[in-house]
Design a protein around this ligand. Sequence first.
Ligand code: NAD
Length: 490
Amino acid sequence: MSTTMLNYIAGEWRESAASEFGSVVNPATGEVIAEVPFSRASDVDQAARAAATAFINWRRTPPTDRVQYLFKLKNLLEANLEDLARTITVECGKTITESRGEMRRIVENVEVACGIPILMQGYNSEDIASGIDEMMIRQPVGVCAVICPFNFPGMIPFWFMPYALACGNTYIVKPSEKVPVTMQKVFHLLDQVGFPKGVVNLVNGAVETVDAILDHPVIRAVSFVGSTPVAKYIYSRASAQGKRAQCQGGAKNPIVVLPDADMDMTTNIVADSAFGSAGQRCLAASLALTVGEAKRTFADAICHAAASRIVGYGLDEGVQMGPVITRQSKERIEGLIGRAMAEGARAVVDGRAPRIPHYEDGYFIRPTVLQDVRAGSEIATTELFGPVLSLISVDSLDDAIALVNSGRYGNMASLFTNSGAAARKFRYEAQAGNIGINIGVAAPMAFFPFSGWKESFFGTLHGQGKHAVEFFTQTKVVVERWPKEWSRQF
Ligand code: NAD
């Protein structure tokens, strides 16, 4: 029997007022594993009020004391890492190795946020005029919320939440309705940590829940990660309500392969980027632009890597790639491959409609490689979010960079080469927020911002590191006059 997800509000587990529920499905088996309530505006209101009440004392708690809760959380996450990793695999489909990697990123973000006593320091100047001093101090924003996508059920809330809490804000998490179980477990750990009631809150739900967050007057800042159309919508609706907003959107990541690249290394890295997590990473390589002779050498090698990847249930030993998230997702991706082929692309490795023994009801697509893809075609410009790599051959690095920069997204672009000059040119000219040089998934560590340009990001400050600290604090500038004559007595 599947369980129904609860909300966590004001330090207690509560049933939602929802009348609509969604099913949470294990994408490898097609089994329903839980039910998720689509929480109402009244649920969001309860969470926002609890968070607003908790904010009064939490912001007065010294940062050195606030981070003690995060140290405790880090230890609990480490102790429960394997259980959480298995949960991620069961509800999201990635392999257990990938889920453990996701868990490490969670812990890393908590560790970085523990540096808040230094990270949130302001600065000052003495004697800006005679007897006048000026200082900038950082204060928390208030109640903040995050709206999450399905593909990293654990990590994405942690790009934001640890920093928000460490800075003295109180928090609401709205997980993806497709994968709410991981956060349910994380909130059991947050409960064990013993945060004061209302400092951390969980509200499950979908569109109505999101709209209630965007419109709630008490919520001062919203972080979002998900697809571009929804990112745009959330950015504009949150901004119209006077909230801070940072909205990370979709992607179509190109990688460029020069003929001088180490082909073995490049192939392994690109295969992992394109097919890892079944291509459901916002940093997944989706287009490979081969320059000159690299067309032949790279194409042969990547086809071999694609065809030999072991696909199955992520909890099973030796599996290298799991399913995509839903049946609709599988049908959408297979439809895009079919239309690309009708337009003239060749599926040199065709992963559609595979039979995975014992998992006939899962949403599997094997790795797919398309050759002779036309630049500007639907397959070359659409985010697939599936294990499909399209190959386009170009004559020069300049042509490759022009093609990279012609895309509407700007999440990641990578170059494979052993030329320092080519690498510098690419780093300088490529229009993307995350650049890889001989790196297939250029995911910034927690102490760097997770950048993103163009339609991959709406806002100014990104998640993680110093950007998160800036997003979750507002600056206050104080100008003080202490005339000399007043201090004569001292
Ligand atoms: P999604 O946009 O469908 O959903 C994300 C969240 O928005 C969910 O919590 C969902 O409940 C909510 N939502 C969906 N439709 C809505 C609507 N009409 N109104 C209000 N709220 C709505 O995204 P997804 O399918 O869960 O995740 C995959 C997408 O996320 C991909 O496009 C991927 O590139 C992107 N992503 C981006 C990054 C990044 O850092 N740029 C990271 C991870 C994922």
